[in-house]
Design a binder for this molecule. Structure first.
Ligand code: FES
Length: 169
């Protein structure tokens, strides 16, 4: 018998985990970016199709691939819906807290799953402006959320290499 206690996910998380929206790679994406660590499997990749209208860039569509948990899949699903039709500037303002609220909340231990999704979006937006003039609303330095993702990636890599080194013991 399993001794694991199921996490108290909201009905929306469970629904989007079972039936995620915008899941899958995007063939004609303008830009894509990942967050997480391939070493342990918690990785999300975000695809954006970006169009220009009157000098402003808009997200025409967004999709994702997730190798994370139920919360990560649900967060990415909500996020791709939230950014659709938004300008990059508006999309940049979306926080992990916003995504978490849209999901009807997440258990605190799963906050990072939402941060990974938002981190991948922010990376994709930065990637888009690589080699272009940075808009004034895009900070040059990583935001708090971006730093969290970088910290987490470092921690996962460290843990993974530690336990990989124990192989066979
Ligand atoms: Fe790591 Fe959810 S993505 S536990």
């Amino acid at each position: 018998m399993s001794t694991r206690i199921p996490l108290p996910y909201s009905p929306k998380v469970l629904e989007l985990f079972r039936n995620p929206k915008n899941a899958g790679a995007m063939e004609d994406a303008t830009v894509k970016a990942s967050a997480g660590s391939p070493a342990c499997g918690d990785v999300i990749r975000m695809y954006l199709k970006i169009v220009e209208r009157n000098g402003e860039y808009y997200i025409e569509k967004a999709s994702f691939e997730s190798y994370g948990c139920a919360a990560n899949i649900a967060a990415a699903s909500v996020l791709t819906e939230l950014v659709k039709g938004k300008s990059l500037r508006e999309a940049w303002e979306i926080s992990w807290r916003h995504v978490t609220d849209e999901l009807g909340g997440l258990p605190p231990i799963k906050y990072h799953c939402s941060m990974l999704a938002v981190g991948a979006l922010k990376r994709a937006i930065r990637e888009f402006f690589k080699g272009k003039k940075y808009p004034e609303w895009l900070p040059e330095k990583p935001t708090w959320e971006e730093k969290q993702v970088i910290e987490e990636e470092k921690m996962i890599e460290k843990l993974y290499s530690k336990y990989a080194g124990l192989g066979g013991r």
